[in-house]
Design a protein around this ligand. Structure first.
Ligand code: 5CA
Length: 443
């Protein structure tokens, strides 16, 4: 067993009062739980508790990208302006791009996205159709000098994105890559306890003619959305999905019903296709966005491959983004109550909050340490509240930070071999033997 994660020594600066600057619940709770601190407008530090959640989300994204056959690499945050001059986006991007000059007076920029850089890597090393398809991704910080950074990390200026890029010989290949990402996204968000609905979307500065945004329904979301309510009953995990199969039927099923963001909304089609009692007109949070844009970048930047007959063609491309840091806020928007965050188990910073009600009692302390050791041995993340404060304060902190399980240990229970087990969602609240408790929370 490693070092015990003791709350008395853990850097988690919680706040009792609601911070005045936070307009939405996720921002309020992230500040109050000591997950993040703002360093300047739209730029945040991730404190230990927030960082744990960010890493868990990042890992789920990574596992699902890998499962879909996407390969991870890492591109830099700072890019040369010349690549963006080639694609024509250096001027198009306007004030949203953070422009930097190095000591040799070369124009650089902090990447808002990576289409140009990955196209440059590709064109320098891939020359033949035999080397296709390729599907690559990285998870890297981006910078967009947003006019109105707001809602904490939900619309930041610096934010963590997973971005994938596909390279194929023809439209059919590009469509296969698009479908792989479409299915991987459904699974990724479902694993985090989210219901993300793919919606027909505008392509904006990325460009192209086929695009879906993955949207979590939430009143505080920035996007206005219109969709068929039956999507909420679909099964996004699709266990047993084989990425080598034709995924078009799955994508067709998920795009059969009406779902569109504001920019793509067609009121006539919506009224025709969706019965009134199924029509959802609400708001949502965009957690992912996928694009097919064909030869937009490959043509401009000369990323061509030789075909079997010897002729050269620009590769067909798509790009696929997930807002990794935004997801932390989106999950909180979707899962909280008045007392605090209710983490889905897969992304919880700690699975168990172990609460010692009487820190100066040796039997209670020994029971806590034994529980800590047994849970850790089973691979459970445990935060041990060994602070010397009132029980009410401990419960409030525990509910604020939202660990899925709480194990409450006090001298009276310990004397009869019992601890109290509570689940954060309120479903479980019982006295249970110490051994049963370990099995129960690690099951
Ligand atoms: N190159 C494409 C796909 S890789 C791209 O940049 N797409 S994007 O602009 O839609 O961004 C991808 C995802 O990043 C979005 O779906 C959103 O979840 C997240 N995102 C975008 N802007 C911000 C921001 N200012 N703060 C936090 N997350 C953001």
């Amino acid at each position: 067993m490693g070092e015990i994660m003791r709350l008395s020594r853990y850097f988690m600066p919680t706040l009792r009062e609601n911070p005045a600057e936070a307009q939405i619940v996720s921002h309020r709770l992230m500040l109050r739980a000591g997950m993040i601190r703002q360093s300047s407008a739209g730029i945040y530090s991730w404190l230990p508790l927030g960082f744990r959640v960010l890493k868990k989300i990042e890992n789920i994204v990574r596992e699902e990208q890998d499962a879909a056959g996407c390969q991870e690499l890492l591109m830099p945050t700072i890019q040369p302006a010349d690549l963006w001059r080639e694609s024509g986006r250096y001027d198009d991007y306007g004030k949203e791009m953070l422009r930097i000059t190095d000591r040799h007076d070369r124009d650089m920029l902090f990447g808002p996205t990576n289409e140009e850089l990955i196209t440059d890597i590709f064109r320098n090393s891939v020359k033949s159709y035999r080397d296709l398809p390729r599907l690559l991704y990285h998870i890297q910080w981006k910078f967009r000098d947003e006019v109105r950074p707001r809602f904490g990390i939900m619309r930041g200026r610096e934010f963590l994105m997973k971005d994938s890029y596909s390279f194929d010989l023809d439209y059919e290949g590009a469509r296969r890559a698009y479908n792989k990402m479409f299915v991987a996204y459904l699974r990724t968000f479902a694993r985090m306890g989210l219901k993300a609905i793919p919606m027909a979307a505008d392509t904006g500065p990325i460009g192209g003619d086929l695009s879906h945004e993955f949207i979590i329904l939430a009143d505080t979301g920035e996007s206005e959305v219109f969709c068929h309510a039956d999507y909420l009953d679909f099964d996004p995990m699709m266990s047993g999905v084989d990425y080598e199969d034709d995924l078009q039927p799955i994508v067709d099923e998920w795009t059969r019903l009406y779902a569109a963001t504001d920019e793509m909304h067609d009121p006539v089609a919506f009224a025709e296709q969706v019965p009134e009692d199924k029509a959802l007109h609400t708001r949502g949070i965009e957690v992912g966005h996928i694009f097919y844009f064909g030869a937009k970048y490959s043509e401009a930047m000369g990323a061509t491959v030789q075909q079997a007959d010897g002729t050269e063609v620009p590769v067909e491309m798509g790009s696929y983004g997930i807002g990794v840091s935004r997801l932390v806020g989106a999950i909180i928007e979707a899962s909280h109550d008045d007392a605090g965050i209710i983490w889905p188990e897969a992304v919880a910073p700690f699975r168990v909050g172990l609460i010692n009600l009487k820190v100066d009692d040796s039997a209670t302390r020994e029971t806590c340490e034994r529980l800590y050791a047994e849970l850790s041995a089973k691979g459970m993340d445990v935060l041990y509240d060994d602070t010397d404060v009132r029980a009410g304060v401990k419960f409030a902190t525990s509910e604020l930070i939202g660990t899925p399980w709480q194990l409450v240990v006090g001298p009276r229970g310990v004397a009869s071999g019992l601890v109290e087990l509570r689940s954060r969602d309120g479903d479980v609240n019982e006295e249970i033997s110490i051994d049963a408790a370990v099995t129960r929370v690690s099951g």
